[in-house]
Ligand binder design. Structure first.
Ligand SMILES: NC(=O)c1ccc[n+]([C@@H]2O[C@H](COP(=O)([O-])OP(=O)(O)OC[C@H]3O[C@@H](n4cnc5c(N)ncnc54)[C@H](O)[C@@H]3O)[C@@H](O)[C@H]2O)c1
Ligand SMILES: O=C(O)C[C@H](O)C(=O)O
Length: 219
């Protein structure tokens, strides 16, 4: 039997990440090849025309799993009935800024959108926070959407882990899939600490420790 469509919200859908993300969701890459979706896309009024363009492209693509598109600048309309919310919308950092520098702008956005999710999202909604600083925004969202179970809210700090893997693989000229045990500590800003103390490279001769292979603590 065909599954019921799931309503998926993407905020900031007219932005760079949102634009790349929505076709992937519409193709079933996020929820699976047999899960129909209704996309809810939220952006701010200055981006309304671009958002409408994103909607037109989705319609043109005729994705079989895409059962509807809501493109809106109204947070209530965007949040109504959604079971998954991917919170990308926000102010990105510019040259010379740290992630924490966009906090004041993004925190107020998160308070408002959390309140709309609290009131209008489907029960048991799952939330992924992307806009920076992602972990702080996730905490704000948790505070202002108390009926969403805490375990349903997560944020995308995985980028920092993957970035560390990528840099080690370049430095040591090994495959990224052969790097293991890298840890990222701290906040999703300048207090973050990529820890390679326990990191190792898988080789045909066994595992080799990354600190010894790099042999340069300053790096
Ligand atoms: N966590 C991560 O791994 C990670 C990685 C890359 C980028 N980011 C963050 O993701 C966010 C988006 O990045 P981007 O490159 O797509 O930026 P972008 O500027 O291209 O897009 C952001 C979009 O959000 C919209 N927006 C702004 N305020 C909004 C609001 N109140 N409600 C809804 N939409 C709103 C903007 O109009 C724009 O369309 C930024 O905060 C960026 O720092 C996080
Ligand atoms: O830091 C940002 O502003 C975007 C993203 O999280 C990154 O690290 O590239």
């Amino acid at each position: 039997m065909a599954k019921e469509p799931v309503r998926v919200l993407v905020t900031g859908a007219a932005g760079q990440i949102g634009y790349a993300l929505v076709p992937m969701i519409a193709r079933g890459i996020m929820l699976g090849p047999d899960q129909p979706v209704i996309l809810h896309m939220l952006d701010i009024p200055p981006a309304a025309e671009a958002l409408n363009g994103v909607k037109m492209e989705l319609v043109d693509a005729a994705f079989p799993l895409l059962k509807g598109v809501v493109a809106t600048t109204d947070a209530v309309e965007a949040c109504t009935g959604v079971s998954v919310a991917v919170m990308v919308g926000g102010f990105p950092r510019k040259e010379g800024m740290e992630r924490k520098d966009v906090m004041s702008k993004n925190v107020s956005i998160y308070k408002a959108q959390a309140s709309a999710l609290e009131k209008y999202a489907a029960p048991n909604c799952k939330v992924l926070v992307v806009a920076n600083p992602a972990n702080t925004n996730a905490l704000i969202l948790k505070e202002f959407a108390p009926s969403i179970p805490e375990k349903n809210i997560t944020c995308l700090t995985r980028l920092d882990h993957n970035r560390a893997l990528g840099q080690i693989s370049e430095r040591l000229n090994v495959q990224v899939s052969d790097v293991k045990n890298v840890i990222i500590w701290g906040n999703h800003s300048s207090t973050q600490y990529p820890d390679v103390t326990h990191a190792a490279i898988k080789t045909p001769e066994g595992e080799k420790p990354v600190p010894a292979l790099v042999n340069d603590d300053a790096w």
